[in-house]
Design a protein around this ligand. Structure first.
Ligand code: HEC
Length: 121
């Protein structure tokens, strides 16, 4: 009886973990993409202009962006605008793993920037 419960629990954990990993994207892989000049067949990596993600700390919270004088709806469109116009590369599918990982990395910048000082200090 106990082993059935254990197996069920493990199956649940695997299902939960894998769906979470997909939905959330992988910030570590996103960072690699961000730093890789050749990641999207462009001329410069994201990191060339946004060194260590600088200036993108608030991007994860924005719903609308403006780039090259045009509105961009959502982070995916903004990232693709930078890929196509700034990096001179090929836009990636907004639903692709590459895009989700890149967004996970941009979200991780927010967490770092927003880390509050511990109360009482
Ligand atoms: C050649 C320089 C350059 C490169 C390379 C570049 N960007 Fe940008 N990025 C900019 C500039 C400039 C802006 C400000 C918006 C504008 O005027 O286009 C910007 C804006 C952004 C924003 C919106 C920030 C905000 O808070 O409004 C995001 C997100 C972003 N870039 C992500 C990326 C990603 C991801 C890559 C790599 C795929 C990348 N950028 C490559 C220059 C660059």
């Amino acid at each position: 009886m106990k082993s059935i419960k254990t197996i069920l629990f493990m199956m649940m954990a695997i299902v939960l973990l894998s769906s979470f990993a997909f939905a959330a994207g992988d910030a570590v892989k996103g960072k690699a993409f961000f730093n890789d000049t050749k990641a999207f067949a462009g001329t410069s990596a994201c990191n060339y202009c946004h060194t260590n993600g600088k200036g993108l700390e608030n991007a994860a919270d924005k719903k609308e962006f403006k780039a090259m004088g045009k509105p961009r709806k959502g982070l995916e469109e903004m990232v693709n605008s930078c890929i196509a116009n700034s990096s001179k590369g090929k836009a990636v599918d907004p639903k692709s793993e590459q895009m989700q990982n890149t967004i996970a990395y941009i979200k991780s910048l927010k967490v770092k920037a927003a880390a509050p000082a511990a109360p009482g200090y």
